[in-house]
Design a protein around this ligand. Sequence first.
Ligand code: FAD
Length: 491
Amino acid sequence: MSYERIVVLGGGTAGWMTAVALATGLQGTTVELVESEDIGTVGVGEATFPSIRNYHQIVGIQEADFLRATQGTYKLGIRFCDWRVRGEDYYHTFGDFGELDGPHSLWGQYRRHVNAGLPKFGEQCLPTVMAMQDRFCAPGQGAASFNYAYHFDANLYARFLRDIAIKRGVRRTEGKVVDVTRRADGGVASLRLDDGRVVAGDLFIDCSGFVSLLLGRTLEEPFLDYSRWLPVDRAWAVPCARTGTALTPYTRATALESGWAWRIPLQDRTGNGHVFSSRFIDEDKAREQLLQQLDGEALAEPRLLRFTTGRRERFWVHNVVGIGLATGFLEPLESTSIYLIQAGLGNLMPLLVPRTRVAPEAIEAYNHGLTRQFERIRDFILLHYCLTARRDTPFWNAMAHVELPETLAYKLHAWRQTGVLHQYDVEGFDGHSWLAIYAGMHCWPERADPRLSDLPLATSLDWVRTRASQLAEAVAPLASHDAYLARILGH
Ligand code: FAD
């Protein structure tokens, strides 16, 4: 089957990202997007992963235009507060820690000087030092390689993408899908809207959000529940006024009694949310805890979102490809949902060559690749919880004793026993990211690479100290995040 006419169902972040990618990469193919304003979108999803910069580059979006349209700010990473124990924090920023293994690994040398009064290991990363001082610059202007992402208003982002998609030829149809007609082979033939119109297509991209109208409800693709590992299942979200404090170039994730709270700085306001497990706390108490967290006055009534962590067994079935929440959700701790939208699009686009049949093997490989992505990200998110030393509430006690998926157990074992940052073939997060969490959660190997001692103690101490002072020197002249952003926006 080749695809001449593609229908995208849903106009949230997933739907419009898909529509822009299709309109840009598949000129000549008819693309129609159906959305219902009555149903609306999730409308949260304000923090991202650096891969969004690649997406913008591929579809030709300029950073300044995007930031202006979406109240966007820069994100160097995430600051985790109270995750290991109350009163302690650490950062996971998108930067490097020098060599990861072998006799010159920074962490290995660092571990030889525990009593030398060095700054925390996790701070030996350029964007972390920048984040701690609320400064920002784009890579290439500083001392070491790093990457960055953004925070933005999800509703404004969907609108921004919608304008681009329509300019590039995507047809937008407003209406609620009330019925789905099937083909003889089990695939989808057309969608019927509430006013009787029919939208037919060869390929349907299901971006209908949690309802998963085509992949889940119509094709009945099974949902694999991950809540035995990631038990959070609700979130309250509320924006609050920006206070006079500096604009932080990072998301803050603070561990609470039965979940955690996000704080996302935008130009005009701050996004906040409390992700929690209803097994451990009731909704009203969770709402109360969120409101107590706010830095400024709440700008709306908190909104409750309900979800189950997990994924569909397959992502492409017959002529339906799911993208976004229609395929699953892993909780927003590392801002990976939009990353997974992109991973889906990145794997899908090369297969959609006009007038060319997609082989079943390619569809199988597509499903296999995304399955691995979901599993790796699940493991990485779970790592943040399972290393906790907190036992002060039933939720944290349960998270400390959760039975790990085999893939994560193996990885942790390799690190603890041998100091190997084991990586699988498909990874959303590289060894530097894993190291940031290990360091932040004080999880170190029982023994280090014996070759580390090849470097004399004094030389290695000097080496480690030099790196710390180089990072401090590199960051000292940088502009504040506020000032840098104002310059990019032309204020
Ligand atoms: P939705 O936004 O739900 O859009 C679904 C679309 O389908 C809508 O347009 C709707 O109208 C349409 N639709 C549904 N049914 C029908 C119908 N019958 N007829 C016609 N149209 C229909 N992601 C991140 O990357 N970073 C984050 O920080 C982040 N935080 C999050 C926090 C929470 C609490 C939650 C729940 C999610 C978060 N996400 C985050 C995920 C992110 O919000 C989503 O991945 C992203 O918004 C994409 O959603 P979507 O487009 O798949 O679904």
